[in-house]
Ligand binder design. Sequence first.
Ligand code: FDA
Length: 393
Amino acid sequence: MKTYDVVIIGAGAAGLMCALTAGYRGLRVRVVDHASKAGKKILMSGGGRCNFTNLATTPAHFFSRNPHFSISALKRYTPHHFVELVERHGVEYVEKAPGQLFCAQSAKEIVSLLLTECEWAGVEVSLSTTVGRVERLGEGMQLEIDGRGVAAGAVVVATGGLSVPTLGASGFGYDLARQFGLAVTETRAALVPFTVTSQWKASLASLSGLSCPVVASCGDGAYREPLLFTHRGLSGPAMLQASSHWLPGMPVAIDWLPSTPVAETLADLRRRVPRRRLGSWLGELLPKRLSQALIEWQGWQDRPLAELSNADIDAVASGLGAWQFKPAGTEGWRTAEVTMGGVDTAAVSSKTFAVDALPQLYFIGEVLDVTGQLGGFNFQWAWSSGVACGQAI
Ligand code: FDA
């Protein structure tokens, strides 16, 4: 039977980072993945340019049943550490939005950086490989890999979440967690576009492709980001962020003019330019098609401002400031960027990522109940948890 110090299941962001860290410590490391390519999600991320970190990362950017769980790893391996690695490999990057770093050329460079480091660290990477049973074997572990028994001092589960099954996602990590007695918190698709009822779909059809900056609020989350109309519903960073707070039946509120004090502005214009029409004012602040649609949806008439009563102005202000809609659902796992929920961190060490009751078994990355907001936080979690675990095994 072949023996390794560590077998890592999942050659994604967290698994490769953990592998190279452990490999440089002189451990015999094998990474196995059922997919034909390593880091498929990295390749697809950020529109093919991978938003690989966010310089502003703090534990507050993550959702988890235990909000303190991410503190230790994020503190020990920061965005600056990853940037240093990226720079060492000569990968050019750009800061597209404050703190959000993307590859200037291609996400392929991040995968190639990780695989190069793995090679230098002596890591064996096995792709298109099936992992069967995983069991405890005395102080170590035993796995069935492509039908053969393999012994390992430790097993690291880095199988990620459930989003985008075509990129290799599976529930294998959750099944393993349950097999070893760990709880798995409820999982749901997050950072995902909203779908709308067929009636709304017809109304939104003419707006498809339009984008505008809004503040979207859902539950206890509020995000100032662009919203994008699609032929399926509502998307763009504002909606993706709101989706992380959304449960079926909940409304999502949109402030279409977050930078404009609507009531004051309209009252002032009514006095100064009474013949100006509501539609012409709104059409200067929002894309024309959207301003017309909002006037129609709200049943406002495109009247001269002089005809608006104070109550009308208040109605317009609240209609633009807190427009509410109830999503029919989300696009689900097919397009979600991440999984909310996962392996309950209660039984996992936040320092080493080992299972408290079985210290030769580790869980890292997105398979855990730690989910980042949009903007490079999820990859930073993969790097930080991967390094912390790779140093501890
Ligand atoms: P990841 O999913 O990367 O890796 C898990 C690996 O395990 C995969 O290679 C999979 O094949 C393998 N695996 C699963 N089941 C297995 C089994 N049974 N046997 C063997 N192997 C198995 N984040 C971010 O910070 N910035 C961004 O720009 C984006 N963009 C983005 C776009 C899209 C389209 C998606 C779907 C996601 C993102 N993300 C993102 C999220 C980010 O990709 C995600 O959080 C990390 O990849 C998680 O890293 P992990 O290593 O935990 O899982």
